[in-house]
Design a protein around this ligand. Structure first.
Ligand SMILES: NC(=O)c1ccc[n+]([C@@H]2O[C@H](COP(=O)([O-])OP(=O)(O)OC[C@H]3O[C@@H](n4cnc5c(N)ncnc54)[C@H](O)[C@@H]3O)[C@@H](O)[C@H]2O)c1
Length: 259
C-alpha cells in the first residue's frame, strides 16, 4: 500500500495531546514534515520534541483556530518553516455543552461552532491557495461517533460535528477537479482526556453497544487519518470513514433524560 508521505507538509490542529498528537507523530513517522498546532505552545512543543527525537521534522505553532487572524498567521509561519501545506488535518475539538431544554445561552454554541466549524473553515481557507497553486492537497476533518445518529447529551457537539460532514461533502465536490480530496474520519469513543472522566456506568453503557467491547486507541484513529492523507487513498473523496468498532447508536442514553 502506498503510505509514504515523504516531501509532504502537514498541518495538524489540536496536536498537543490525544488523537492530534498521535496523528502528527504518525504522519511524521511516514515522512511528512508537520506543523503542530495547539492552543498553547507547551503541549505543541512536547509533540514536536517527540517527533524530532524520533528523527522527524516538525514545528510548533500555537493558535486558537477559532480566530481567523491567528489561523492566517499560523499558516504563514508553518509554510515559511516547512513549505506549502499539502495535508491538513482539522482535528482540534472540545467536548463541552448543555442540553437544549436547559436553554443554555449562546456560550457553548459559539464555542463549539468556533472550534469545530469556523476553525475548520479558517484552516482550510488559509491553506487553500497553496493547494490550488500546486494542484494537490488533502484535507481530513475529524468528526465523531456523534455523526452516526447524534448522542443527544450535547446538542452543540452533535450539530457542529454534523456540520463538518457537510463541509467535507461540499468541499469534496467543489475542489476535486483541483486535485484536492476532502474526507473525514469519525472516531468512536477513544481513550483520551476527552473521555477520561467518564464514570463506570457511562463506559458500560457505551461498551454494551460496541461489538468490539472496548474504546479505540488514538493510534487506531491516526492510522485512518494517515490512510486518507496517503497516496493509497487518492481515489477516495467526500468519504466519512468510521473508526468506531461498529459502535451502535446510544439509545441507552435515554434514561439520562429522565433524571
Ligand atoms: N476522544 C473521543 O472519544 C473522541 C470521539 C470522537 C471524536 N473525537 C474527536 O477527536 C478530536 C481529538 O479529540 P481528543 O479526544 O484527542 O481530545 P483532547 O481533548 O485530548 O484534545 C483536543 C485538543 O484540541 C485542542 N484545542 C481545543 N480547542 C482548540 C482551539 N480553539 N485551537 C487549537 N486547538 C484547540 C486542545 O487544546 C487539545 O490539545 C476532536 O475533534 C474530538 O472531537 C474524540
Amino acid at each position: 500500500m502506498r503510505t509514504d508521505l515523504s516531501g509532504r507538509t502537514a498541518l495538524v490542529t489540536g496536536a498537543g495531546r490525544g488523537n492530534g498528537r498521535e496523528i502528527a507523530q504518525m504522519l511524521a513517522e511516514n515522512g511528512a514534515s508537520v506543523v503542530v498546532n495547539d492552543l498553547d505552545e507547551g503541549p505543541a512543543e512536547e509533540t514536536v520534541d517527540e517527533i524530532m527525537s524520533a528523527g522527524g521534522d516538525a514545528v510548533a505553532v500555537s493558535a486558537d483556530i477559532s480566530d481567523e487572524a491567528a489561523v492566517q498567521a499560523m499558516v504563514e509561519t508553518g509554510t515559511d518553516a516547512l513549505g506549502t501545506i499539502d495535508l491538513l488535518v482539522n482535528n482540534a475539538g472540545i467536548g463541552r455543552g448543555d442540553r437544549f431544554k436547559n436553554k443554555p445561552d449562546d456560550t457553548f454554541w459559539n464555542l463549539q461552532l468556533g472550534v469545530h466549524l469556523w476553525g475548520s473553515i479558517y484552516c482550510t481557507k488559509h491553506v487553500l491557495d497553496g493547494m490550488l497553486d500546486q494542484g494537490y492537497g488533502k484535507v481530513v476533518n475529524v468528526t465523531s461517533i456523534h455523526t452516526k445518529n447524534g448522542v443527544g447529551m450535547s446538542p452543540q457537539y452533535d450539530v457542529t460535528k454534523y456540520s463538518l460532514v457537510g463541509l467535507t461533502k461540499t468541499l469534496a465536490l467543489e475542489l476535486g477537479r483541483d486535485g484536492i480530496r476532502v474526507n473525514a474520519v469519525a472516531p468512536g469513543w477513544t481513550e483520551t482526556r476527552m473521555t477520561a472522566d467518564f464514570d463506570a456506568e457511562t463506559r458500560e453503557q457505551i461498551l454494551n453497544l460496541n461489538p468490539l467491547d472496548r474504546f479505540a486507541s488514538s493510534e487506531e484513529i491516526a492510522e485512518a487519518v494517515h490512510f486518507l492523507c496517503a497516496p493509497a487513498s487518492d481515489y477516495v473523496n467526500g468519504h466519512e470513514l468510521r473508526v468506531d468498532g461498529g459502535q451502535q447508536p446510544i439509545d441507552s442514553w435515554k434514561h439520562r433524560y429522565d433524571d
